[in-house]
Design a protein around this ligand. Structure first.
Ligand code: NAD
Length: 497
């Protein structure tokens, strides 16, 4: 019998009554490993009303007490790190090392949420006018919701609910229907950490559940991470319903390679950044831009990529796992075929790669193209597979102009030995997260995850101080106390005697 994934509604774990269910499959062979029922309208309503009810008391809980919940949660997540990584690896196909990293990057956000008392500090100016003081305090919004993608089933939910809840909100998480098992375990551990009933709700399902949440009058804020089309839909629908929305969307990340860079460093870092997690990272490097003579390194890059192969999650020698679904595989194979048809040179083709004994899995091997141009589908579309497209330019200025013409702005990196080149790049490039000799510059949680342009809709980003601003309102108080208050207050007069 297949496992039934559970929602977490009003403090109870329940498989629910949904008539429609979705199969969760092992991407290595596409065999079902679990079933998840889509939440019904009644279940969604119960989750929202329970979260709204819980907000009334949770917002009053002392801030250090909220921090203590996060401390206990962080401890439990660390205790269950390998268990969580195993669940995650089985449902995503990620290698165990990569799955551990996914969980770890989430734990780091919980650690950041443990600092909530300092993060919630307001501002004060004494004597803004004679005898008048102004001070601000930061208050939670109410019920917030998070809609997450398949590719980081631990890290991305943990970007959202720990900080939202530490700020005093209650939260409804709608994880990806493609890998919902990790989210269930995250919720179980949160309950085990002592989370009061109702502050976290977990609802499974797909677009119908999302659309119900986007329009629900009791939901104040929506955090979304996923594809461009859905991100735009979530942003437009959510804001139309007058909600606060942050929507993190797709990407096309360029790595610019100067000829003075350390060749071996470049090759090692580029291979991992392009094909790690089978390229299913929003910060994956999918375009390598070789400046001038750096293009001479292409044969060695090809050799290094050819040495990295996909495999099962528990194969310690595997560089990456399968793609998440047969549809994802077909999309990537289609783009590889288009790349060839549109005239790019395919230096390494992973289209026919498979893993012995698991031939029905969603495998695609490392794939390398050179001679890619801006008009080609390989460049225009987010591939989300282990495919690296190489382009050539004559100067750093041309490379920066190329990156800036791209509609996305999630991440980019530059490899160079020149401080002046690095300074020019970081100053001029129109991308929100920049790595200098670092291929995937994902900031740690005391900063924020600051994608730009078509990779992000909204203004306040995930985690760091920006997330605290996103999940709160600022109340500014201006106060004056008259000297004669003391004399005119009978109780005070008595007490003062
Ligand atoms: P997706 O957009 O298909 O799904 C994301 C979420 O939206 C899921 O929970 C899904 O159930 C829901 N959803 C799907 N279709 C919907 C619809 N029509 N209406 C309403 N809701 C819908 O994304 P995915 O394939 O799970 O994730 C991969 C994408 O996420 C890639 O494009 C990747 O770049 C992006 N991503 C971006 C970031 C970032 O920080 N910018 C991080 C991770 C992933």
């Amino acid at each position: 019998m297949t496992t039934l994934i559970k929602h977490f509604i009003a403090g109870e774990f329940t498989a629910g009554d949904g008539a429609r269910s979705i199969s969760v499959t092992n991407p290595a062979d596409n065999q079902p490993i679990a079933q998840v029922k889509c939440a019904t309208p009644a279940e969604i309503e119960l989750a929202v009303s329970s979260a709204a009810q819980a907000f009334k008391s949770w917002r009053k809980v002392a801030v250090p007490e909220r921090a203590r919940l996060m401390l206990r949660y962080q401890h439990l997540l660390k205790q269950h790190h390998d268990e969580l990584a195993t669940i995650l690896a089985k449902e995503t196909g990620k290698t165990f090392a990569d799955a551990r990293g996914d969980v770890w990057r989430g734990i780091e956000v919980v650690e950041h949420a443990c600092n909530i008392p300092s993060l919630l500090m307001g501002e004060t100016v004494e004597n803004v006018a004679n005898g008048i003081d102004t001070y601000s305090m930061i208050q939670p919004l109410g019920v917030c919701t998070g809609i997450t993608p398949f590719n980081f089933p631990a890290m991305i939910p943990l970007w959202m609910f720990p900080l939202a809840i530490a700020c005093g909100n209650t939260f409804i998480l709608k994880p990806s229907e493609q890998d919902p098992m990790t989210a269930q375990r995250l919720a179980e551990l949160f309950a085990q950490a002592g989370a009061p009933k109702g502050i976290l709700q977990l609802l499974h399902g797909d677009r119908e559940v999302v659309d119900a949440l986007l329009c629900h009058p009791q939901i104040k804020a929506i955090s979304f991470v996923g594809s461009v089309a859905v991100g735009r839909h979530v942003y437009q629908t959510g804001t139309q319903h007058l909600k606060r929305v942050q929507a993190f969307a797709g990407a096309k990340n360029h790595c610019v390679i100067m000829p003075d860079a350390n060749k071996q460093q470049v090759i090692n870092q580029l291979v991992g950044a392009a094909v790690g997690a089978a390229g299913q990272r929003c910060m994956a490097i999918s375009v390598a831009v070789f400046v001038g003579d750096a293009k001479a390194w292409l044969p060695e890059l090809r050799e290094a990529m050819a040495n990295v192969r996909p495999g099962l999650w528990n194969d310690a020698e595997a560089g990456f796992g399968p793609l998440i679904s047969p549809q994802a595989k077909q999309r990537v194979l289609g783009l590889i075929a288009k790349g060839k048809a549109e005239g790019a040179a395919c230096l390494l083709d992973g289209s026919d790669v498979s893993v012995s004994g698991y031939e029905t899995g969603n495998w695609v091997g490392s794939t390398l193209f050179s001679g890619v141009t801006e008009e080609m589908s390989l460049y225009r579309e987010e591939i989300f597979g282990p495919v690296l497209s190489c382009m050539e330019v004559d100067s750093l200025a041309q490379a920066i102009a190329l990156v800036n013409r791209n509609p996305y702005g999630n991440g980019t990196s530059l490899f160079t030995a020149s401080g002046a080149a690095a300074r020019q790049f970081q100053h001029e490039v129109e991308v929100g997260q920049v790595g200098i000799n670092i291929p995937i510059p994902v900031p740690l949680p005391f900063f924020s995850f600051t994608g730009w342009k078509g990779s992000f809709y909204g203004d306040q980003h995930a985690y760091g101080k920006q997330a605290v601003r996103f999940y709160t309102e600022t109340k500014t108080i201006t106060s004056r106390w008259f000297d004669d208050d003391i004399a005119s207050a009978p109780n005070m007069t008595i007490n003062l005697r």
